[in-house]
Design a protein. Structure first.
Lengths: 76, 290
C-alpha cells in the first residue's frame, strides 16, 4: 500500500507525536499521567518518541519508490 | 528487605520470568505466603522488581547478542531504504510493531495496575487464569496440528510444519505484542501469553518462545530505564538489590537456554497445570491464613 498522501499523513502524525513528546517532557501536558504534580513525564515522552519514529518509518515505507525495471537478460 | 530475601527474590524472578508461570505473580505471592515483613505496597518494591527485570533483560541480550546486532542493523537499513529485503529486516519491523501496543497500554494503564499489584489474592486468582490460558492455547494448537495434512513420526518433525518467527504476519505481531500488556496483571505470564499468541499465529513452539523473548527485551529494558532512578533516590539498599538482579540474570539465562531446548518438542500444558495448582494452593493458604 504505497501512496504519497498516506506517506505525508504518516509524516505529519510523526511530527504531532514529537510535539506531544516535548510537551510531556516539559510537563506542559498532564493527560493520563499517574502523578499530575510531576514536572516531567519521561515514560510518556519515551513512548511518544517511539511512536514518532514508527510513524516516520511507516511514512518512508508508504512513500512510492522509483520504478525498477527488471529484464530477463543482462544488458550488454 | 534482607540480603537473603533479595537474593531469593532475584533467583525466583530470573527463574520464573521466562517460564510461562508469571514472575510478577510469584513475586507478589511468595513473600506474602512466607510472611516476610517487607511490604509489597512499599514504593521501593516496584523499582526493585524492575531492577530484577533488567537482570533478566540483560541475560536475554547476552543470549541473543548476535541476533540483536543484526536486528538493529536490519532496522536502520530497512527504515532508511523504506523496504524490507531479508528476514532479519522483517523481524526487526515485526518487533517494532509488536512493541508499540504493549508500550501504549503499559504507559496508560500503569497507575490502575499498581492498584491491583499489592494483592496476593488477585495474583493467585490470575495465576489460575494463566494456567487455563496455557491449556487453552495448547487445545487450539492441537486442533491446528490435526488440520495439518502431513503425518510426522515425532513431535520435533511435527513442529517443523509450522513457521519461523520471521514469517509471522504484522497483524499477528501487533496482537501478540498487545497480549504482553496482560502481563502487567500479576499472575498472567508475559512469556506465556506471547508464546501462546505465537502458537495461534502458526509459529513453532521454539520459534514462538524466541519471538516472545526478543519481544520482551525492549519493553523490560525501557521499563527499567524509567524506574531505576526512583530506586536510587528512595534510599533503599542498592547493593542487596543489585546482587539480586545479578542472580536474576544468571537464572534467566539458564531458564532461556532450557526453554529453547524444551520447546523443540515440549508444550505449554505442564506449566498450565502448575499455574492452576499453585494458584489454588495459594488461595487456600491465604484464605485460611496458614
Amino acid at each position: 500500500m504505497k501512496s504519497t498522501g498516506l506517506a505525508i499523513g504518516l509524516g505529519v502524525l510523526g511530527v504531532v507525536f514529537l510535539i506531544i513528546a516535548v510537551l510531556y517532557a516539559f510537563g506542559v501536558l498532564q493527560i493520563a499521567v499517574s502523578d499530575p504534580h510531576a514536572s516531567h513525564h519521561y515514560t510518556h515522552t519515551i513512548l511518544f518518541v517511539v511512536l514518532a519514529v514508527a510513524s516516520f518509518v511507516a511514512a518512508n515505507f508508504a512513500r512510492p519508490k522509483g520504478t525498477v525495471y527488471v529484464t530477463d537478460r543482462p544488458r550488454r | 528487605m534482607t540480603l537473603a530475601q533479595a537474593l531469593f527474590m532475584g533467583l525466583l524472578q530470573g527463574a520464573t520470568e521466562l517460564f510461562p508461570v508469571s514472575s510478577l505473580g510469584h513475586a507478589v505471592l511468595i513473600p506474602s505466603l512466607l510472611k516476610w515483613s517487607f511490604k509489597q505496597s512499599d514504593p521501593s518494591f516496584l523499582p526493585f522488581l524492575v531492577l530484577l527485570h533488567i537482570g533478566t533483560a540483560t541475560a536475554l541480550l547476552v543470549l541473543y547478542r548476535q541476533e540483536w546486532v543484526g536486528i538493529i542493523r536490519g532496522f536502520f537499513a530497512a527504515a532508511i531504504r523504506g523496504q524490507i529485503q531479508n528476514d532479519t529486516e522483517r523481524l526487526s519491523m515485526l518487533l517494532l510493531v509488536g512493541t508499540i501496543p504493549a508500550a501504549i497500554l503499559g504507559v496508560f494503564l500503569e497507575s490502575k495496575i499498581k492498584t491491583l499489584f499489592a494483592s496476593p489474592s488477585v495474583a493467585a486468582a490470575f495465576l489460575i487464569v494463566n494456567g487455563l490460558l496455557m491449556i487453552g492455547f495448547e487445545v487450539l494448537r492441537r486442533r491446528a496440528e490435526r488440520r495439518t495434512p502431513v503425518t510426522a513420526s515425532s513431535r520435533a518433525e511435527q513442529e517443523e510444519h509450522f513457521a519461523q518467527a520471521e514469517r509471522i504476519s504484522f497483524r499477528a505481531a501487533a496482537i501478540v505484542g498487545a497480549c504482553q500488556a496482560l502481563a502487567f496483571l500479576p499472575g498472567i505470564s508475559r512469556s506465556g501469553v506471547t508464546i501462546g499468541g505465537g502458537l495461534l499465529a502458526g509459529l513453532r513452539h521454539q520459534e514462538a518462545a524466541r519471538f516472545s523473548f526478543l519481544l520482551a527485551t525492549p519493553v523490560i529494558l525501557a521499563a527499567g530505564v524509567v524506574e531505576v532512578p526512583q530506586l536510587f533516590s528512595s534510599g533503599v539498599p542498592v547493593g542487596e538489590y543489585l546482587a539480586g538482579a545479578v542472580l536474576s540474570g544468571i537464572a534467566a539465562y539458564a531458564s532461556a537456554r532450557f526453554l529453547l531446548r524444551y520447546f523443540r518438542s515440549g508444550r505449554l500444558d505442564p506449566y498450565g497445570i502448575y499455574c492452576i495448582a499453585a494458584g489454588l494452593v495459594s488461595l487456600a493458604l491465604l484464605h485460611f491464613n496458614l
